[in-house]
Design a protein around this ligand. Sequence first.
Ligand code: ZN
Ligand code: FE
Length: 258
Amino acid sequence: MKIVPVPCLDDNYAYLIIDEASGEGAVVDPVEPQKLVQLAEEHGCNLKLVLTTHHHWDHAGGNEEIKKLVPGIKVYGGAKDHVKGCTIAVEHGDEIILGGTVTIKALHTPCHTKGHISYFVTSTSGDDPAVFTGDTLFIAGCGRFFEGSAEQMYESLCKTLASLPKLTQIYCGHEYTVKNLQFALTIEPENERIKQKLLWAEQKRKENKFTVPSTIQDELDSNPFMRVDLPELKDRIGHNSAVHVIGEIRKMKDGWKG
Ligand code: ZN
Ligand code: FE
């Protein structure tokens, strides 16, 4: 399978996923539908479906228009999320097939929104798996807790997503990496992996390149929100409950001016 990140609006990412065997494609959060449809054409790709991570405008806002541009395209979204233009509601564990070789599994990862879905994608052609995490998991960060609790974000990040294979490639909903790593350093000033990754990310952005994908392993090493079970994070916040720690770090980030 081939995955193409498509920068949209100011700092959003949409994605094109192509099953090369059949030429069939899917798009993730196509907020600028024309751009995605044109890109699919350039790749000789036949768009079959839309995967919506959550109901916010900067993710679901292109769904109605893409249905007009690509008649018959199926639009998936979380059953609890009231996604605009959704034609097929998915729940945790539901599977979607793309072409002959790609399987997409819906993972319910609530908190940013109630029905937020991450899409875990595997291919029989031997590529590493990938996960599209919308505004739940960012590179070195996570989304704001708009419709859920610290408990839910802990489950979403540290159970559901953390249990995916370590090499899973992470494609998130926004390019927030540099800011997130700067904040991460305020939580863990001694973490060498965060320091290195910040230098790397700053260089990438200077060259106008993407900082996606990351991997689950990389996030376990450098994303404070996925590290809340570690003694060093609990000591830093001064609390023994990982759920409490993730809530505190989120509050610190909300108030952080950078
Ligand atoms: Zn959002
Ligand atoms: Fe967003």
